[in-house]
Write a protein that binds this ligand. Structure first.
Ligand code: PEP
Ligand code: MG
Length: 585
């Protein structure tokens, strides 16, 4: 039957192949009480299953093809480590002994406990880690039930060229999918920040998650086609759709090759305007990618990763080292270190700094508010940034400023830290540029005043949109309201750009909007001359810059800014994009 199903595209690309259904194979879990004399035997059965699970994972790890990024092997390693952790190695054993219950039931109780802990977490990334618990538990339960290994692990030859349809897939499954030559996957569950989605993007496997009832709606062996960018699944596509998708696939392949050639080319519009193109760094590994892509520096270095998933805070020395490394790696190009932006969805798992009795809120003690309240958190970071500033072109950027008073307070602390370093005979760049993120509507409305006291501005659209539209950026119940093209958002962006021009300081944009090719021409037309994009989007944005004529875009954008209707704005943007493409061709 010809159907179109939709989900969330998490890894772009077109895949066409036969559906290979992986029905959930979680065996039924029964509870029973054991006679006392069989308890030790049950413990031994559980331990043997644990050892077998570890063996299976190790053998998968050994099959990882050469040249696979180290981070991918790390996913498997995480599951091996989980099996060795007391949560799996000891806790179920204790339950078997104390409750005299069967191994399956003990493991299930432990699973439920662990999953409830993860589900209670506010950090969306950590919340999805419950998937890892399920993947590990399912593996052990299958072994306890004497079920044959997962079809993926049997390297079924029918997997070659197939598209996997599953309830959920673990990162280990995904490696096997790649090993068996499957070309894509769709799952009923999962989210864009799950390990499996991250891995699919890293491996370049087209993938769609969250396709409701996929296992019921797609039959085994039928031909399906998936578009990982649009999040679209076509079952038994007609010849015309197939032709269209194949053409799109060819086009995408050509596009990737063409883009790679742009890394050494300048970022300049057709009519000669140089546009600064930098990248966002979320993890230290990103620095290699952005250097390869030819970024003109780091426009946003998120320092939160240094503080996450640990019990203590990184010392001044550890931070100094990280910032120095970034400064040196970028060889004299600007490296914009953003001071700590914790709070809201980025909570610290560090009891020491959990200072608010309220649940974290995007409107609460977040980012610079938290730093100003906690000098013992803020000052070591400022010292580290200042000390590292002599090793390259480091800049400091303050997130979530909402009032001038707050900015003055920050500037005072920075001056005080400088005096302290001077007194200690430690070197720093006296003139380190200090910039502010404009991501709260009050800051955008007062951008002119901020611009008079700062060296640069950077528009954080992720938050600017959330705060302007009162739409929590991580709440999927309201994400239909999250609209970068909302006229109010566009006006605030425009005000900020103009304020920077008036004060004669640079204005960049580092929110996701800067890396979305649909908006590049609009932003150019609005006068934006500095973009900081996610590493993977840099060349895509550069290619659009190179094929744009600023003079024409400026004129076309005026119409957009005069409109109060997102729908109309979206149509006009499509027109701008199409017109420029035609102009190029
Ligand atoms: C933003 O808000 O646009 C931004 C870049 O910061 P973050 O996504 O880290 O909040
Ligand atoms: Mg932000």
């Amino acid at each position: 039957m010809n159907l179109t199903l939709t989900g969330v595209g998490v890894s772009r690309g077109i895949a066409i192949g036969h559906a290979y259904l992986l029905a959930p194979e979680q065996p039924e879990i029964n509870e029973y009480v054991l006679p006392k004399h069989l308890v030790n035997e049950e413990v031994a059965r559980f331990k043997a299953a644990l050892a077998a699970a570890k063996q299976q994972l190790k053998s998968i790890r050994n099959q990882i093809p050469r040249g696979t990024p180290a981070s991918i092997a790390a996913f498997i390693e995480t599951h091996v480590l989980m099996l060795e952790d007391a949560a799996f190695a000891d806790a179920p054993v204790k339950l078997i002994k104390t409750q005299q219950c069967n191994a399956e039931w003990a493991l299930q109780q432990q699973r439920d406990m662990l999953v409830s802990v993860f589900e209670a977490m506010n950090d969306p990334y950590l919340r999805t880690r419950k998937d890892d618990v399920d993947h590990v538990v399912n593996r052990i339960q299958r072994i306890l039930a004497n079920q044959p290994a997962h079809p993926l692990e049997l390297s079924d030859h029918r997997l070659k060229g197939a598209i996997i349809v599953a309830g959920d897939l673990s990162p280990a499954d995904l490696l096997l999918i790649e090993h068996c030559g499957a070309t894509g996957f769709i799952t009923e569950g999962g989210g864009p920040t799950s390990h499996t989605a991250i891995l699919a993007r890293g491996l370049g496997i087209p993938a769609i998650v969250g396709v409701a009832h996929a296992l019921r709606q797609i039959s085994h062996d039928t031909l399906i086609a998936i578009d990982g960018q649009r999040g679209e699944v076509l079952t038994e596509p007609d010849p015309l759709s197939l032709q269209r998708l194949r053409a799109k696939r060819r086009e995408e392949k050509r596009h990737v090759v063409t883009l790679a050639r742009l890394s050494k080319k300048p970022s300049i519009t057709e009519d000669g305007r140089v546009i600064t193109l930098r990248a966002n760094v979320e993890l230290p590994e990103d620095i290699h990618t952005i250097k390869r892509a030819g970024a003109a520096g780091i426009g946003l270095y998120r320092t939160e990763f240094l503080f996450m998933n640990r019990k203590d805070s990184p010392s001044e020395e550890e931070q100094f080292l990280a910032y120095t490394q970034a400064a040196k790696a970028m060889k004299g190009m600007p490296v914009t270190i953003r001071t700590l932006d914790l709070g809201a969805d980025k909570t610290l798992h560090n009891e020491h700094w959990h200072i608010s009795s309220r649940p974290p809120s995007p409107l609460g003690l977040r980012a610079i508010r938290l730093c100003l309240k906690e000098p013992a958190l803020f000052r070591p970071q400022l010292r580290a940034i200042l000390r590292a500033s002599v090793y390259g072109q480091l800049r400091m950027m303050i997130p979530m400023l909402s009032s001038l008073q707050e900015l003055f307070q920050v500037l005072e602390v920075v001056e005080d830290v400088k005096r302290e370093l001077k007194a200690q005979g430690l070197k720093y760049n006296e003139n380190i540029p200090i910039g502010g993120m404009i991501e709260v509507p009050s800051a955008a409305l007062a951008a002119e005043a901020f611009a008079r006291h700062l060296d640069f501005l950077s528009i954080g659209t992720n938050d600017l949109i959330q705060y302007t539209l009162a739409t929590d950026r991580i709440d999927d119940a309201v994400n239909y309201l999250y609209d970068p093209l909302h006229p109010a958002v566009l006006r605030l962006i425009e005000m900020t750009i103009k304020a920077g021009h008036k004060a004669g300081i640079p204005v960049a944009m580092c929110g996701e909007m800067a890396g979305d090719p649909r908006y590049t021409r609009l932003l150019l037309g609005m006068g934006l001359t500095e973009f900081s994009t996610p590493p993977a989007m840099l060349l895509e944005v550069k290619s659009i810059i190179q094929s744009s004529r600023l003079a024409r875009l400026t004129k076309m954008t005026r119409k957009i800014l005069a409109s109060y209707h997102s729908g109309e704005i979206a149509v006009l943007i499509d027109k701008i994009n199409a017109a420029e493409k035609r102009g190029r061709g």
